[in-house]
Design a protein around this ligand. Structure first.
Ligand code: MN
Length: 242
């Protein structure tokens, strides 16, 4: 059986509607996984999700409540969904406890960090100053807009085998101080952390960009990352069935 990948959705319309860009589901099924969208749940239902899935996939979305890293809301903080933050942070902890792979996209990369005690820039422009490159691109997201340097000792480098890769960018927040056992896997020219991973894990990776959209243009690097994630999840599935 193919590995089951739990996808966290965004919540919209006054927290009445779950939404997921179909590119996420497509990317995961093209890589050989079975995408499953998870409604927000806690307690025994959340526990069952974690038992069921072989990998967790955290999608992008609104800002993260700075309360989780002991800050007051910055004037440029955008919309937050407290329920989503709570669900995803609980999921990250439960998945790590089970040693199952996690792949975080954009906000997903930030939630992995915050769950592990890291901090964030609530607004890059306001807090990191004027020497930034553009991280909210105006071209469509299927096109890359800036380069990132991949750390040679990282899992990400091991997967993509490139020191410089080209990514799209649609974020005004970013990770700052990293949480427990997290490492920087890639940075942009201005020093913004663009990818993180967890030391010693086969696959706990967060990327600040949107690889699911770059696949529209046949991006080989994105394909390699999805393939590896699903491969690691399939190892979990095999262990379960043994
Ligand atoms: Mn960026």
């Amino acid at each position: 059986m193919k590995p089951l990948i739990g996808i966290t959705p965004s919540i919209e319309e006054n927290e009445t509607m779950y939404t997921v860009h179909r590119a996420h589901c497509q990317a995961l099924s093209d890589a050989g996984g079975v995408p499953l969208i998870l409604p927000f749940a806690f307690g025994s239902l959340l526990k069952q999700f974690v038992q069921l899935i072989d990998g967790l996939y955290l999608t992008g979305g609104y800002d993260i409540d700075p309360h989780y890293f002991n800050e007051e809301p910055h004037p440029s903080l955008g919309k937050v969904n407290p329920l989503r933050d709570q669900f995803e942070i609980a999921l990250v902890h439960a998945m790590l406890a089970q040693k199952k792979p996690i792949f975080g996209i954009c906000r997903g990369s930030q939630i992995i960090n915050v769950a592990l005690g890291g901090t964030m820039y609530q607004d890059l422009l306001a807090e990191k100053g004027s020497r930034l490159i553009q991280h909210k691109q105006y071209r469509d997201l299927q096109y890359s807009s800036h380069a990132v340097k991949v750390e040679k000792s990282s899992l990400l480098y091991h997967i993509v085998k490139e020191e410089t890769i080209y990514v799209n960018s649609n974020h005004h927040q970013a990770n700052d101080v990293l949480g427990v056992n997290l490492l920087t896997a890639a940075v942009s020219e201005d020093g913004v952390i663009e990818a993180i991973e967890r030391k010693g894990e086969p696959f706990v990776l967060g990327v600040q960009w949107h690889p699911e959209r770059l696949l529209d243009q046949g991006d080989v690097v994105s394909q390699k990352i999805y393939n590896r994630f699903v491969k690691e999840a399939s190892k979990v599935r095999t262990e379960v069935n043994e």
